[in-house]
Design a protein around this ligand. Structure first.
Ligand SMILES: Cc1cc2nc3c(=O)[nH]c(=O)nc-3n(C[C@H](O)[C@H](O)[C@H](O)COP(=O)(O)OP(=O)(O)OC[C@H]3O[C@@H](n4cnc5c(N)ncnc54)[C@H](O)[C@@H]3O)c2cc1C
Length: 274
């Protein structure tokens, strides 16, 4: 939709220009792919600061793993040069497809925009939380602040970003990229928005991680030194959700249905990875 109150779109080409333009004022927003920004009325906005003019490389591979720029289009993850031993590769495709969107939206919607929108069904939040992603943030005052993605998203539409702070990139460690993953997703329709998304991960050292998104307002991550018994994990998960973020519900699914699906999926990923 047209954002009729916006008077200025400001392309920024370096960090100094970005910091000067984006100070956390309520009438200014960062613009990445624009697929969320232009999908809902934004009557408070006067200025959009265009991040895509920064020209960041979409992704970089080094001995530590994969660094994905915040401005990397979700669809471009298909072009990552995965190392032969990065067994987690299928999870990229599964999470990309979990985004309720056509290939046209995936071509412009960015990884950073998805994480910072902080929808419980944020498929890039699911992917990067499940692979121990660490967000590199650019605070207003300079320097870099690092926060696990699972802690950056704090609730439905809420993040731990400080005013004027920018997500620069997400780093995924080699250890997680080499892990074997199991993916389960619940949705009202085959191409509907995720109502529950569960990822199990077994690392090369036997360590096990369970990540729940979409059925909770923020990511929930449980870790074990080895793949646990299904009943033990399900009981732990139920308690962790109830003592923590609680179950999420909206028009895309009722609470009881999401809860039942999530607990069933937790047991299934244990079976798959055992
Ligand atoms: C048809 C359709 C289907 C969709 N389906 C889903 C879905 O299934 N799941 C889901 O989660 N979302 C969905 N969305 C919402 C949205 O499109 C995605 O979340 C998308 O990934 C947002 O990315 P973007 O680059 O377009 O962000 P933008 O719209 O450009 O920005 C989104 C928000 O993030 C902020 N932001 C962007 N980049 C940064 C950054 N680097 N640092 C700090 N803040 C930043 C912006 O200021 C804005 O507040 C859908 C949208 C459409 C139109």
């Amino acid at each position: 939709m047209d954002l009729t109150t916006v008077e200025t779109i400001l392309p920024v080409r370096d960090r100094a220009a970005l910091a000067g333009a984006h100070r956390g004022a309520g009438d200014t927003a960062l613009l990445a792919g624009g697929t969320w920004l232009f999908s809902v009325p934004q009557p408070h906005l006067r200025t959009l600061v265009d991040l895509t003019a920064l020209g960041w490389e979409p992704f970089e591979v080094d001995e530590q793993g994969l660094r994905i720029a915040a401005t990397c289009p979700i669809g471009a993850l298909a072009d990552v040069p995965f190392a032969a031993d990065w067994a987690a590769r299928p999870l990229f495709r599964q999470c990309t497809r979990a985004l309720l969107a056509s290939f046209k939206v995936r071509a412009v919607a960015t990884v950073g925009g998805n994480v910072c929108t902080a929808l419980p069904a944020g498929a890039m939040t699911s992917l990067t939380s499940a692979l121990d992603g660490v967000a590199e943030l650019w605070p207003q005052g300079g320097g870099v602040r690092r926060v696990p993605v699972a802690e950056l998203v704090t609730g439905d539409g809420r993040t731990a970003l400080a005013p004027g702070e920018v997500l620069r990139a997400v780093r995924l460690p080699v250890r997680a990229l080499r892990a074997t993953t199991a993916f389960r997703r619940l949705s009202r329709a085959r191409l509907g928005r995720s109502a529950a998304l569960v990822v199990g991960r077994r690392d090369e050292d036997g360590g096990f991680t369970l990540t729940v998104t979409a059925s909770t307002p923020r990511p929930l991550v449980l870790r074990h030194a080895a793949v646990p018994a299904a009943a033990e994990l399900v009981a732990q998960l139920e308690a962790a959700v109830e003592d923590g973020p609680g179950w999420f519900e909206d028009v895309h699914g009722d609470l009881d249905w999401r809860r039942a699906g999530t607990l069933r999926f937790a047991a299934e990923v244990v079976e798959e990875l055992s």
